[in-house]
Design a protein around this ligand. Structure first.
Ligand code: PMP
Length: 436
């Protein structure tokens, strides 16, 4: 039964049992209305209340400032790989267009001639200056960078870091910032964005802190690069200074809820009036892609995330999970969860390190993920790893098989993994090692 099992899957991942119990009731009969949560309209008063409460909980947990919008979307973390490119490139073009228009109008040109001159200048700027910087530290940031190249063309993508280069062709390290080759910023003009994945789910690599070289020198959003972070697998597991980011996004299916929604926290200045015919036509003329409407953040924002049918049940689950955290940790907010996550991770890594003749932690010590603990057993010998997994299953410790692309063992230590679960895993690690 559920009580006999601890699940360490990487996503979909465990959810608090109390939330699932309430969910099963809400599915049948929400708030005694005689209909269930999957049956009510996404435009009903109930749905609006669920949206507002879920947003409020996230704002509380992460101290989301007023100049950020919280969007609920539906195409997964991968959908945001594309959305980031569409939206930020469109925003970049719009900002450059305004500057060009102002500067070129000074010379007295107007009307059609001005439009032509603006277009010529934009064409040149796109050609020579449009760069999207990617820090590739694992398979998800790699995928995001590949999607960006697919959408705007490889010449506009600067892989400022490929962490495999300094680690025998494998992910597992984040080289020193001095080795990153970010697009230089000259006279306030630098890369359109700098993208990274805060926690690489497959490779078990997590940024220990916000990269210093991406800090805004003055602390203002007009200064320093526009930073985009994929936090799919470490969302609401530690303190984050949202103001340092233009965009943070994450699929719900790890720390937040069930599969079905993706949350994006987007700085409002990146949300110009919803894309109109003039701006889409300009993008097309410049050879740049136009977002499908369901990935167009301004459209989603303008419609309170209800441009089309949003799975309100999924939003409700995320809301319940977050409300649980708000209640558990009170004024500590997400720092309370951070302490618990850190403690559980430390416990597991502690045993892995103690038996280093049996276990090998995959990533380098300084970038070990607190969320996805990746290791090999017996140097990666298949019979040892299978024996480890079989023994774990006998104790009700499930979901420990590593991602198919890298093999090995992966213990995902998300928020809903209890301290008891982490302790049971630590005990099994001890017992297994001692039997070797
Ligand atoms: N980013 C990260 C860090 C992930 O772990 C995942 C999925 N595991 C994704 C993006 C892709 O998410 P999705 O499957 O929802 O598209």
């Amino acid at each position: 039964s559920r009580g006999d099992v601890h699940y360490f899957g990487a996503g979909p991942a465990p959810l608090p049992t109390s939330v699932l119990e309430s969910a099963s009731k809400a599915l049948l009969n929400y708030k005694d209305k005689g209909i269930g949560l999957c049956e009510i309209s996404h435009r009903s008063a109930e749905a609006n209340e669920i949206l507002a409460r879920t947003r409020a909980c996230l704002s509380t947990l992460l101290d989301v400032p007023d100049n950020y919008e919280i969007l609920f979307l539906q195409s997964g973390g991968s959908g945001e790989f594309s959305a980031v490119v569409f939206n930020i490139v469109a925003n970049w073009v719009e900002r450059r267009r305004k500057v060009a228009e102002t500067e070129l109008a000074v010379s007295g040109t107007a009307g059609e001639q001005l439009e032509k001159n603006v277009f010529a200048r934009l064409k040149k700027e796109v050609d020579e200056e449009l760069k999207l910087d990617y820090l590739v530290t694992g398979s998800w940031s790699l995928k995001a960078s590949q999607e960006a190249a697919r959408l705007v063309g490889a010449k506009h993508i600067n892989v400022a870091l490929d962490a495999r280069r300094s680690n025998d062709g494998k992910f597992g390290k984040i080289p020193d910032e001095s080795e990153w080759t970010l697009t230089p910023t000259v006279a306030g003009r630098g890369p359109a964005l700098v993208y990274y994945c805060d926690n690489e789910t497959v490779d078990g690599v997590e940024f220990p802190h916000f990269p210093s070289c991406l800090e805004s020198p003055s602390g203002s959003e007009d200064d320093g690069p526009l930073v985009v972070a994929d936090m799919s697998s470490n969302f609401i597991s530690r303190r984050v200074d949202v103001r340092k980011f233009g965009v943070i996004f994450g699929g719900a299916q790890k720390n937040v809820g069930n599969t079905g929604i993706t949350i994006a926290v987007v700085r409002k200045s990146l949300l110009p009036p919803a894309s109109n015919m003039a701006s889409t036509s300009l993008l097309r003329q410049l050879g740049l892609p136009v977002a499908p409407v369901v990935l167009d953040w301004p459209t989603i924002a303008k419609n309170n995330s209800l441009y089309n049918t949003l799975p309100i049940f999924d939003v409700w689950i995320a809301g319940q999970v977050m409300e649980g955290l708000v209640q558990s940790y009170g004024v500590k907010k997400i720092s309370g969860q951070q302490e618990v996550s850190d403690r559980k991770a430390k416990l597991i890594y502690g045993v892995l390190d103690k038996y280093s003749q049996v276990y090998t932690v995959v990533p380098h010590e300084t970038v070990r993920s607190r969320m996805n603990i990746c290791f090999r057993v017996g140097g990666g010998a298949a019979e040892k790893e299978n024996a480890f997994l079989d023994g774990a299953e006998k104790r009700g410790l499930l979901g420990l098989k590593g991602h198919r692309s890298v093999g090995g063992i992966r213990a995902s230590n998300y928020n809903a993994v209890s301290t008891e679960g982490a302790e049971k895993l630590a005990r099994y690690l001890e017992d297994f090692a001692q039997g070797q």
